[in-house]
Design a protein around this ligand. Sequence first.
Ligand code: 5GP
Length: 131
Amino acid sequence: MASIFSKIINREIPAYIVAEDNNFIAFLDINPLAEGHTLVVPKQEIDYIFELPDQDIAQLFVFAKRVAQSIERVVPCKRIGLSVIGLEVPHSHIHLVPLNAVNDINFAKPKLDFSREQYLALAKKIKDAFK
Ligand code: 5GP
């Protein structure tokens, strides 16, 4: 069965997409640790990130770098943190989280809640800043 992220990639379910090319997509996490928390996902559905072929994992990180730079242009923060968890969704992905303090990327913390309008506005700003 297709992963929830493949369903987003195939436009079967909605997401606040901030960047996309032929091989990768980035969208806002629906249970964010911080404003601008974004997932960067290869379109190829491989569960464990360290099972991606070398070239794909390298390109994934290069794409994630561009997404991180676009988040930084929009969300005030000291830097963008990066984490790989993968315990919930069996489709490789990188979390990009704007950081001001180390605890901002603590996945045990309660998640934030934003309105649809807030997500839409933020996604548009990050998308417009993507180069
Ligand atoms: P992980 O697999 O890295 O442990 O966690 C999966 C992440 O994907 C979580 O942060 C969760 O909030 C996010 N997530 C799960 N389902 C969806 C979804 O349908 N849409 C979006 N945008 N994010 C999701």
